[in-house]
Design a protein around this ligand. Structure first.
Ligand code: THG
Length: 263
């Protein structure tokens, strides 16, 4: 599974403070720690409190890429913020994200092509979060057909079923898992799939890690290709390694866990 570290996000108080103070060392430490723990890409999000998200995104991209060559996942709802990040980036990039709305697809698929970036497509539109599996599949299929029409490579498209917290969306989780399986068979070549894992445990501090790793192993079994997650959660990373052995994606040996752990 492709691991995207979630921690450089202004949703976290320490990151919001570091961003406000332009504390480059704090951001760079967060980047290095996530990569050392096994992240292959870093999600970057200025958070809801940023007064100037275009400027902050550029600063975050420059700050991170001066210490790491890994892919940066530009996480913002405003296309102008994503474009500023794309312009600043000298490392590989992923756009996070477009919705299934035609206007957003026009802009973001255009940017992804122009900047040779990968693209996350959320199975939602201006009407909001889909209510069932059929609606998710319909939204995902409209993103796929738009990308195919514009000749954006489908293997660079990551479809996101939009993971809801178990606390508010319990009845959706089984359908979300089924969507992961079904998104993969919308087209050939197959699009990829991604979730923002920590969404599932929001608002449940006591058992966050348990909920995250339980969902992740179920999503891995459904064929999930990538996850935005907290790579510093050792139990979560151990669960992922073990799930990949069980799914025969990694070869078993008696030291499979210690052998594949990062530190
Ligand atoms: N899909 C895509 N991108 C995403 C998401 C998604 N990006 C953002 C988010 N969801 C994934 N990243 C996070 C990062 C943090 C948290 C959840 C998801 C989180 N943060 C703490 C909280 O809200 O409890 C912040 C508080 C704190 O600990 O300081 O949970 O779904 N494509």
């Amino acid at each position: 599974m492709f691991i995207i570290g979630e921690l450089i996000n202004g949703m976290y108080r320490q990151i919001a403070a570091a961003l406000k103070a332009k504390d480059a060392a704090a951001i760079q430490n967060c980047a290095r720690q996530q990569l050392a723990a096994g992240a292959q890409a870093l999600d970057i999000n200025c958070g809801p409190g940023s007064a100037d998200p275009v400027r902050d995104m550029v600063w975050l991209v420059e700050t991170v890429q001066s210490v790491a060559a890994s892919m940066i996942v530009l996480d913002a709802s405003k296309p102008a913020v994503i474009e500023a990040g794309l312009q600043a980036a000298r490392v590989p990039t992923m756009i996070n994200s477009t919705t299934a709305d035609r206007e957003k697809l026009e802009v973001l698929v255009g940017l992804a092509r122009r900047y040779n970036a990968k693209l996350i497509g959320l199975a939602m539109d201006a009407r909001g979060i889909p209510q069932n599996k059929d609606q998710r599949l319909e939204l995902a299929a409209s993103i796929v057909s738009f990308c195919a029409e514009k000749e954006f490579p489908l293997e660079d498209l990551y479809l996101d079923p939009v993971l809801l917290p178990v606390k508010v969306g319990q009845a959706h989780l089984e359908a979300i898992l089924e969507s992961i399986r079904e998104f993969k068979i919308i087209s050939r070549p197959s699009p990829k799939t991604v979730v923002g894992l920590s969404n599932v445990s929001q608002g449940i501090p006591a058992v966050r890690s348990l909920i995250n790793r339980t969902f992740l192993s179920m999503a891995a079994a459904a064929g999930l290709d990538a996850a935005i997650l907290d790579p510093l959660d050792k139990d979560l990373m151990d669960t992922l390694i073990t799930a990949e052995v069980i799914l025969n994606k990694e070869i078993y040996c008696d030291s499979f866990l210690t052998g594949r752990r990062k530190k």
